[in-house]
Design a protein around this ligand. Structure first.
Ligand SMILES: [Fe+2]
Ligand SMILES: [Fe+2]
Length: 326
């Protein structure tokens, strides 16, 4: 809206917006943090709401495939670690919904959009978790990719989002380590255990690369997000960093990445990877992945089963308020 306004004939109102816009960009350029009560362009607010809410939904939906393994974890130690991780993901969702609320997007409205199937979340969470090794592969790869994405967000220009990311990243690093440790135990175990780890890697590798989003040539929102310092690196840059960090880890585990085209560039040292199946990504992100329907059904069921908690909290708050008034 404001960018168009700048192209219109100058009216006093538009002039004022143009001045605000210029001041806003100056603050961004000087690495100033934008806070909830500061003036911001409507498009900046909308971009953040879109990004933060997609991130929040991903955390909330992301608990589901792993939560399904809490009762089947192979030891008490594994169960305790997985339980803690799943609780962390729930907490990440809550910080993020709170950050979106500072931009006037209500948590209830965002949750309704998710349950109506109208909201986007990370494509990775629409794949099934078939064996215990999937829990290792998710921690290692999915949380590893999340860290790559989220470390730069600790320097995002919007204060509430950036601050939420600092704690989130610390917890993600614990998740990545617990996943890698599961993979290491399996990879160094019996032949069957190693085969299970390899199978999980085969299934999670490509979806993990898709997590960074479409290639830079197709990415619609990147330029403006970069100018506003919401985004610090492009999708392809982050994907490359992730591949470069992960290849030596796979070698250490003695596992093979399922990409016959993978080779190290002699000049840059970067690991060059094969073609990503963007058609699969498009299908999964638009609701046709292997588990989209299951995930939304699980989320709706959890929401319905939690209705009594929300009602009890509302009744308690109402009683406290009437006591205080009395
Ligand atoms: Fe998380
Ligand atoms: Fe995580």
């Amino acid at each position: 809206m404001y960018t168009q306004a700048l192209n219109d004939l100058p009216t006093p109102h538009n002039l004022e917006d143009a001045e605000k816009m210029a001041n806003f960009q100056t603050r961004i350029d000087s690495e100033d943090r934008i806070e909830a009560n500061d003036w911001m362009p409507e498009a900046y607010r909308r971009t953040l709401v879109r990004q933060i809410s997609q991130h929040a939904h991903s955390e909330i939906i992301g608990q589901l495939p792993e939560g399904a393994w809490i009762t089947r974890a192979p030891s008490l130690r594994r169960k305790a670690a997985l339980l803690a991780k799943v609780q962390d993901e729930c907490g990440h969702g809550l910080y993020l919904y709170a950050a979106a609320e500072t931009l006037n997007a209500s948590r209830e409205a965002l949750m309704d959009q998710l349950m109506e199937g109208k909201a986007k979340y990370s494509s990775i969470f629409n794949y099934p978790t078939m064996t215990w090794a999937d829990i290792g592969a998710i921690g290692w790869l999915v949380d590893g990719a999340a860290i790559m994405n989220q470390i730069p967000l600790c320097r995002c220009s919007y204060g509430p989002y950036a601050r939420a990311m600092i704690r989130v990243c610390k917890e993600e690093s614990f998740h990545q380590r617990q996943g890698f440790e599961i993979m290491m135990t399996l990879a160094k175990g019996s032949a069957r255990q190693k085969a299970m780890a390899q199978d999980a890697l085969n299934r999670w590798w490509w979806p993990s690369l898709m997590m960074f989003g479409p290639p830079d040539t197709d990415s619609q929102h990147s330029d403006q997000s970069t100018r506003w310092k919401i985004k610090r690196f492009s999708n392809d840059e982050l994907r490359q960093k992730f591949v470069d960090a992960t290849v030596p880890q796979a070698q250490f585990l003695g596992l093979t990445l399922p990409d016959p085209d993978l080779r190290q560039d002699e000049v840059t040292g970067n690991w060059m990877y094969g073609e990503i199946d963007w058609e699969e990504f498009k299908q999964v992100i638009s609701g046709n992945g292997p588990c989209n329907q299951d995930r939304l059904a699980s989320r709706r069921k959890a929401h319905e089963e939690g209705a009594w908690v929300r009602e009890a909290a509302a009744a308690y708050a109402a009683r406290q308020a009437s006591r205080n008034a009395a």
